[in-house]
Design a protein around this ligand. Sequence first.
Ligand code: ATP
Ligand code: MG
Length: 337
Amino acid sequence: MGAASSNLVELRDLKVAFDGVQVLHGINLDVRRGEALGLVGESGCGKSVTWLAALGLLPGKASVTGSVRLQGHEISGGTRESFERVRGGRIAMIFQDPSSSLNPVLRIGRQITEALAIHRGLKGEAGKAEALRLLDMVGIPDPRRRFDLYPHEFSGGQCQRLMIAMALAGEPDLLVADEPTTALDATIQAQILDLLIQLRAETGMATVFISHDLGAVSQVCERVCVMYAGRIVEEGTTAQLFSEPRHPYTRGLFDAIPRIDGPRQRLIPIPGTVPNPKHLPEGCAFSPRCSRAVEACRSERPPLLSLSDGRQLACTRPVPAEERAGTKSKVAEEMLQ
Ligand SMILES: Nc1ncnc2c1ncn2[C@@H]1O[C@H](COP(=O)(O)OP(=O)(O)OP(=O)(O)O)[C@@H](O)[C@H]1O
Ligand SMILES: [Mg+2]
């Protein structure tokens, strides 16, 4: 039993390969009870695959190894049914595209009451009452009238809310939200973020928030994990990473964020592109794009190590701590306000 551990979920040495090409190279990650953890990194670095693998949602051709423990109980390598119980109940995942989770030919009320029946055994009037409460909770106006509508009768932002209501039906301990706002316009994005923050405060569920949007991550999460080319390269509190990124990649991600006010500055994009997992560079996978890289970086891959300030870092030539301390980036200050 994992009673001694405050970790809700523990991923250990999680690896994924598609057709013999490894895309995830041994992820070790803990999600603590009730915390909000952000997962960031450029497209293709393995953010979605990490959680799809952890929850048994990858297609059969994917080869997955490693351990996934939920409150100390191993859930990887289990049967399909055991995964489904975990997924619908203890851990729920929502995606960028609500149409992947909502059934277009079933009325919304029925979809939510079915989820309530499966996960919580609520039937009849009790199920309907709870479904209405969930719709109200996620901010669907006039839920009683909308109960019998079909998904296409809702806007994109409302569909995202419906998907969150479905995810909440099982009263999950963890909600994994994979780019839940990228398809929405800025105003609706902000509303959905507020909703996620509010729901977490009300229910105490942990949240894993996967996003390209570092601003959104800083609003929602206390801790951030940065991935590159199928590995974690830096992990720390949001305050640590925003005020003092040590990995040149983390720093590059922050330098590429537009500033809200102040003098207009050129954004500094990270040169180059994410490597193809089939042809990963020798040594540190980021070294060909890294302005700080030296010869050693191109021959030896630095392991992920814990620093004295509590963060984890995989870098041979990190951004010096002092250099950043005096010149705390304005972007970071704005974001942490
Ligand atoms: N079903 C699949 N079959 C083959 N390769 C896949 C599959 N799913 C993902 N990959 C590969 O795995 C790697 C990691 O993909 P993943 O979807 O996790 O990236 P991501 O970080 O979520 O990116 P994005 O920000 O674009 O969502 C990529 O190289 C991708 O091409
Ligand atoms: Mg993804």
